[in-house]
Ligand binder design. Structure first.
Ligand code: UDX
Length: 433
């Protein structure tokens, strides 16, 4: 099929490369010339395992190209809209200006029989509004949310858990076109939910709200564990054996960040308020508060291991990305904690396997070093804030030989407390005795 992808950020770049990998002819469009140049050269503008290889291979087949010229989407019959919907600066609501601009720029090139497919996460009701705008061109609209996780974006796009098609009732042609696009996943037995626009839009935010709630639930248990001497990681294991609960997304620690969960729950609350059902989502305010309290608790623990104040103390920060296998620092709890400690007068030295460049762009005032050993050199305390594999496997004796004080705070409950204590470390963690 001939496909265009409007917006080549995280979602769009991965989607375009994966669609070409599946055999479709794809043109990716973005307004940022630097990004288009990078992608055209087979380079991913962000760290995502497997993406550079996929881009290079797909470009070499001639099936994938990138451009800033929207006119080049003429000839494609399916147009994916994959632009960002960040949180507005002055409220919880989502900023729809990129979605609106993408649709406005598509209108002149759309013709009868074309299908526009929204993939961006939008407030419920957006698709119905956009469908009206598109109607005059003879093209149709479908809403097809994505559920990709950073770090697994290629796999999640090529082999999704489920496909959701939000369509105008009875639009069989839209279903047939999407089935052609996703023929490989459908042949592999991927469940497909065909529904209306509103349900499709809600599926995405409901899924993210549920995941955020699950994380904040276990972090709330961590708060209780902290005042009772209980161990939240064992608690999670024990309740996780119940299939109805499940162990995944029950890792207590510094909480969630990134470009999706935080802004999606806030956008969902804002939309619910507009719809007069804000009470239904009141609990999400609590989910957000529990999440943000973890960062304060981390700062408190740093203060405790430093003897009451971090002022003038040398603190090593291991991890800046919002999660491992990503260089994304959008709403990253780790970067936030590092910055707060510096503001409190600590001498922070931070490191991350991939996210130093992205961190420096938003926090040029922090000091970055390439390795954990360099960060820990002479440190009064070490904070593990993102559970990269290389940090989980750190040797307590080796790290102990460079620090000034053997004190570590495990912000992700990913170290073996016994091993660190046996090596003479003071080990503290969120939700563990
Ligand atoms: C998320 C959703 O998982 C994905 O389906 C959606 O499409 C986009 O948002 P992503 O932002 O890539 O994906 O990150 P995810 O793996 O979900 O992790 C989100 C945050 O939660 C991270 O900061 C992570 O560290 C944190 N987390 C996750 C926990 O604190 N505990 C857990 O048990 C799991």
């Amino acid at each position: 099929m001939k496909i265009s992808v409007i917006g080549c950020g995280y979602l769009g770049a991965v989607h375009a490369a994966c669609m070409a990998d599946l055999g479709h002819e794809v043109v990716g469009v973005d307004v940022d010339p630097a990004r288009i140049e990078q992608l055209s050269a087979g380079r991913a503008p962000f760290y995502e395992p497997g993406l550079p290889e996929l881009l290079t291979a797909a470009i070499a087949t001639g099936r994938l190209r990138f451009t800033t010229d929207l006119d080049e989407v003429r000839g494609a019959s399916v147009h994916f809209v994959a632009v960002g919907t960040p949180q507005l600066g002055d409220s919880y609501a989502a900023d729809l200006r990129f979605v609106d601009a993408a649709i406005a720029s598509l209108l002149p090139v759309l013709g009868p029989g074309d299908l526009v497919v929204g993939k961006s996460t939008v407030p419920v009701g957006t698709a119905a509004r956009l469908a009206e705008l598109i109607e005059g061109t003879g093209a149709r609209l479908a809403w097809n949310p994505e559920f990709l996780r950073e770090g697994y974006a290629v796999k999640d796009t090529l082999a999704p858990d489920r496909l959701v098609y939000g369509i105008r009732p009875g639009d069989d042609a839209a279903v047939a076109a999407l089935d052609d696009v996703y023929a490989a996943a459908i042949a592999a037995g991927t469940p497909r939910v065909i529904t209306d626009y509103a349900t499709a839009e809600l599926v995405k935010v409901a899924a993210n709200a549920f995941l955020a709630t699950k994380i904040s639930f276990i972090n709330a248990m961590a708060e209780v564990a902290e005042v009772t001497g209980a161990d939240v990681t064992q608690l999670a294991d024990a309740i996780g054996y119940d299939d109805r609960i499940g162990r995944r997304f029950l890792n207590a620690g510094l909480g969630f960040g990134g470009g999706c969960l935080p802004k999606d729950i806030r956008g969902f609350m804002a939309r619910a308020e507009e719809l007069g059902v804000d009470q239904a989502l009141g609990f999400l305010r609590e989910v957000d508060s529990i999440n943000l309290r973890r960062r304060e608790r981390m700062v408190d623990l740093a203060r405790e291991v430093c003897g009451g104040s971090v002022e003038g103390k040398r603190i090593a920060v291991l991890g800046l990305a919002f999660k491992p296998d990503s260089d994304d620092v959008r709403d990253s709890p780790a970067l936030d904690v590092a910055a707060r400690l510096q503001e409190l007068g600590a001498i922070v030295r931070a490191t991350d396997p991939q996210a130093i460049g992205t961190s420096r762009r938003v926090r040029p005032d922090l000091t970055y070093v390439p390795t954990a050993i360099e960060a820990a050199d002479g440190a009064d305390a070490v904070l593990l804030l993102t559970e990269w594999k290389e940090y989980r496997g750190l040797d307590p004796a080796e790290l102990g030989s460079v620090v000034a004080v053997r004190a570590i705070v495990d912000g992700r409950n990913c170290l073996d407390p016994g091993a660190w204590r046996a090596a003479g470390w003071t080990y503290r963690a969120l939700g563990r005795p």
